[in-house]
Design a binder for this molecule. Structure first.
Ligand code: HEC
Length: 204
């Protein structure tokens, strides 16, 4: 049901009433507009049903006890909240929604504490790649400040950076999804990330 999807995305709670692991980025999706959840549900209904089981979780010890997730949520989850900073410019504010809520860019582009929560002083400033080796780059103006909105939109369209590199690793999937958005959305994302507070790259 659409209500189950809304509970999962906005509250991090399963249809059986259990807490989800924050690997489902509900700390971001909690800011979703209900009409977008409804549209997403309608889209998911059009996909062919595939039977199968998800692979087992590989989780830090704390999270092996699902009940403890309630404690994690108490500490780190702000239901219905969003880090989006709005300023009344519709392009910037659209970018805020795409970056902070739907795109959950901070999920990868930040450093986490030992409980797996993002350290606020490192949001968007980069961190160890959660998917394995390497370092996810800083995307605050400390690093991308010289790049124009058009250049950033180009990274999100083709994966090519102004330094003539091509983004790799998990950013490849992000780009292939964002490619499907209208150019106005890529420009909105660019405007918003250029407006982020400049933060130094953390040293892990
Ligand atoms: C699943 C993890 C993940 C998510 C989510 C993610 N990124 Fe990335 N991003 C990466 C990685 C890893 C790289 C480094 C790729 C490389 O250089 O090979 C990267 C690179 C980038 C770069 C290039 C920076 C540089 O210095 O070259 C930009 C810009 C960027 N991401 C923006 C975003 C934006 C905007 C979002 C949200 C819409 C986002 N990313 C979401 C993992 C992610």
């Amino acid at each position: 049901m659409a209500a189950d999807l809304a509970n999962a995305l906005i509250s991090g709670v399963s249809p059986a009433g259990e807490h989800y692991y924050p690997a489902l980025p509900y700390p971001n999706y909690t800011g979703m507009r209900i009409e977008d959840v409804r549209d997403l549900y309608a889209y998911l209904q059009t996909l062919p049903a595939i039977s199968g089981r998800p692979p087992p979780h590989d989780l830090p010890l704390l999270f092996r006890i699902r009940r403890l997730l309630g404690l994690w949520k108490l500490l780190f989850f702000d239901a219905g909240g969003s880090e989006a900073r709005l300023n009344g410019d519709p392009v910037h504010d659209r970018g805020a929604y795409l970056v902070e809520v739907l795109g959950h860019c901070d999920d990868c582009h930040s450093t986490r504490n030992s409980l797996g929560a993002i350290k606020p002083s490192t949001r968007f400033a980069g961190g160890p790649d959660p998917e394995g080796t390497g370092f996810v780059p800083n995307i605050t103006p400390s690093r991308i400040g010289q790049w124009s909105e058009t250049e950033i939109a180009e990274i999100l369209m083709s994966g090519r950076t102004p330094e003539h590199r091509r983004v790799g690793s998990s950013m490849v999937d992000v780009v292939s999804n964002i490619t499907q958005l209208p150019q106005s959305d890529r420009l909105a994302i660019a405007r918003y990330i250029k407006s982020l507070p400049a933060r130094p790259t953390p040293h892990p």
